[in-house]
Write a protein that binds this ligand. Structure first.
Ligand SMILES: [Zn+2]
Length: 411
């Protein structure tokens, strides 16, 4: 009898262990991965890496580029589907189609895509969809109350930036409510509002990014005054504070540090400005001013664009009264200790609207260039970082017309 009982107990233990192990290993891998800070855009992530290559949006379509950026394809394996060539009423049947997609993440062999919700027709609703890596098995995992601009996944949680124009009774608010929500990926019903502001006329959140124990973002007022406040949320305590000891700034996340631009003068009529640059630790403390002795292009007021774990990127002023002549404009790549390793001509770049410091291999620039007939071109360019110090140049990953990739859709 005793023997049978111990056998029963060990069998029970075995069953319990085996039934638990798959889900616990899954939640472990999900809860420990950080967002790829090099792929967080100004407003949403238009390109994101996977283990095999890079996913990106071309208009309404989700595309894939292989790891060497040689070939781009629609993320749709439906036989006979013509993707962007389909008639307006058939477009929504393509697996690669998302209406006005804004942001994407790839994690654990799943894609997460933020786009318009086609089922809700009374107002513009936004949802996050989850699909397999090949675009199959699409499911809606989260729908915002109204607008959702961007999202990211960090350590098992979804963070969204949202905008509400009405109250719970549908009454129009004086100022929109700008907010950041934290949603558990394992249970998307578990939602907390971790930041909220209703004091700005045209408030918006830009550059939502997570790194280690902080969520960083810029709170911008797009009304005439055009102010920016860089803030951070401590993800352990949910305490909100300013990222910098300055009034106006923008945040660039480096490796274990933050770079920031402090605006000293800003002439909104002539579009001229003066800035000071600082380097702080990840807690936003111990500021050290970065002078021209350190990064030489600071002398000519070049703009600090971004940083990855190895390099800091600047470029010449490309708009306003102090803009450098187009053919002389350059990008400058520095190591963290101030060595200029590369100067890269702007080349064909005319109107970039977002950029991604990227990974160890590539930096990306997303461009929209007006062309004739009210059309424009969507262009993704990249820099191969292995060519720094040699002949690094911007090269084209993808080019397509707005009219084709954002074409009329009936749904
Ligand atoms: Zn298709």
């Amino acid at each position: 009898m005793k023997k049978n009982l111990s056998l029963y107990i060990s069998l029970l233990c075995f069953l319990l262990l085996s039934s638990c192990s798959p889900s616990s290993s899954k939640s472990q891998s999900e809860s420990f991965s950080d967002c790829q800070k090099g792929f967080m855009g100004i407003s949403g992530n238009k390109i994101y890496p996977s283990s095999d290559g890079y996913y990106f949006f071309a208009g309404h379509y989700l595309m894939f580029a292989d790891r060497h950026l040689k070939e781009t394809t629609f993320v749709c394996n439906k036989p006979e589907c013509l993707h962007a060539e389909e008639a307006p009423e058939n477009r929504i049947n393509c697996n690669a189609f998302f209406l006005e997609p804004r942001s994407l993440i790839c994690e654990d062999n799943n894609l997460y895509i933020l786009g318009r919700n086609l089922q809700i027709k009374e107002y513009d609703a936004y949802s996050i969809y989850k699909t397999d890596i090949d675009g199959n098995n699409r499911s809606n995992i989260y729908t915002a109350k109204e607008q959702m601009d961007a999202f990211l996944l960090h350590q098992g949680n979804i963070y969204t930036s949202e905008l509400n124009f009405t109250d719970d009774n549908g009454k129009l608010l004086d100022n929109p409510i700008v907010s950041i929500h934290k949603i558990s990926l394992a249970n998307t019903k578990k939602e907390d509002v971790i930041f909220q502001d209703d004091t700005l006329n045209e408030g918006r959140i830009n550059r939502l990014n997570c790194y280690n124990h902080y969520c960083y973002f810029d709170l911008i007022d797009f009304s005439e005054t055009m102010t920016t406040e860089s803030k951070k949320i401590n993800l352990d305590t949910l305490e909100i504070s300013n990222s910098f000891p300055f009034d106006t700034a923008s945040t660039i996340l480096g490796k274990n540090c933050i770079f920031c631009e402090e605006s000293i003068e800003n002439d909104l009529t002539n579009h001229t400005w003066k800035s000071r640059y600082w380097q702080l630790d990840v807690n936003g403390e111990n500021p050290v001013e970065l002078t021209k002795e350190f990064f030489s292009v600071i002398e000519k007021n070049a703009i600090m664009l971004t940083a990855d774990d190895k390099y800091v990127y600047f470029h010449d002023i490309d708009y306003g009264a102090n803009a450098v002549a187009k053919e002389e404009r350059r990008f400058y790549v520095y190591t963290y200790d101030g060595n200029l390793v590369c100067e890269i001509p702007f080349g064909e770049i005319q109107n970039y609207i977002d950029y991604y410091a990227g990974d160890n291999r590539y930096l990306f620039i997303y461009e929209k260039v007006p062309v004739e007939n009210d059309d424009s071109k969507i262009i993704y360019r990249y820099l191969d970082k292995t060519k720094f110090g040699k002949d690094a140049r911007f090269e084209v990953l993808f080019e397509g017309y707005q009219s084709q990739y954002y074409g009329t859709t009936i749904y």
